[in-house]
Design a binder for this molecule. Structure first.
Ligand code: PRP
Ligand code: URA
Length: 206
């Protein structure tokens, strides 16, 4: 399976807070941002590096520096909850946005916005906290590939087996990083146990 889940007590602790229905949006946003730090670190493990000579006060040493550009593309709106951590860690990151919204009845996502930087040669993180049916993520990855992305990672908070299967079928070249792999989808295509509607909980639109 092309899926890596975080294996760290802090990630589990943060997930407990995000899942808790009593967690208010202000705390939800903070937990989301901290968890995103762990996710982005894992998702960028394979970024290309280059060897450079660095002069310390004592000696010259050969050291690795980042050797590949990074792009982060949150899927609006909930993906915004994962953006700030990437900006903090990688200030030179290029940022794009893909707006997708699921229809409440059919759960099929449709696109309403797209603004992307140049993606050629960059490690591109497509960020969407909830991988449910996989429809949104699959559409977004197709858009990113059409716009030149060749080195992609899908970054999620909670993945459902159904969504993972869809991405593996449609985008087998794209690794998935998630904080948790949950059990299934319910009849309304929400992830169980999940954490509810991420966008609503992040922005207080319950
Ligand atoms: C949610 C979530 C994902 C999508 C996942 O977005 O943020 O984008 O659903 O579901 P899928 O895997 O079945 O496509 P939503 O459409 O609710 O929009 P929002 O982020 O604006 O709340
Ligand atoms: N979108 C969400 O925000 N939550 C789910 O469980 C499924 C889709």
């Amino acid at each position: 399976m092309n899926l890596t889940t975080l294996d760290h007590p802090l990630a589990a602790h943060l997930m407990a807070g995000l899942r808790d229905e009593a967690t208010e949006p202000a705390v939800f946003r903070r937990l989301s941002r901290t968890l995103a730090t762990l996710l982005v670190l894992e998702a960028t493990k394979g970024i290309q590096t280059k060897r450079v000579a660095v002069q310390t006060p004592l000696a010259s040493v050969e050291q690795s520096r980042l050797g590949q550009g990074l792009a982060v593309v949150p899927i609006l709106r909930a993906g915004l909850g994962l953006l700030e951590a990437a900006l903090d860690m990688f200030p030179d990151v290029a940022v794009g946005y893909v707006g997708l919204e699921r229809d409440h009845e059919s759960a099929v996502a449709s696109s309403y916005y797209c603004k992307l930087p140049s993606l050629a040669g960059k490690l591109t993180l497509c960020c969407d906290p909830m991988l449910a049916t996989g429809g949104s993520a699959s559409q977004a990855l197709t858009i990113l590939k059409k716009n030149g992305a060749t080195d992609l990672v899908m970054v999620c908070v909670v993945a459902a087996p159904e969504g993972v299967a869809v991405l593996q079928a449609n985008h087998p070249d794209v690794p998935i990083i998630a904080a948790a792999l949950d059990v299934c989808l319910n009849d309304h295509k929400y992830i169980v146990p999940g954490l509810g509607d991420y966008g609503d909980r992040l922005f207080g639109t319950l």
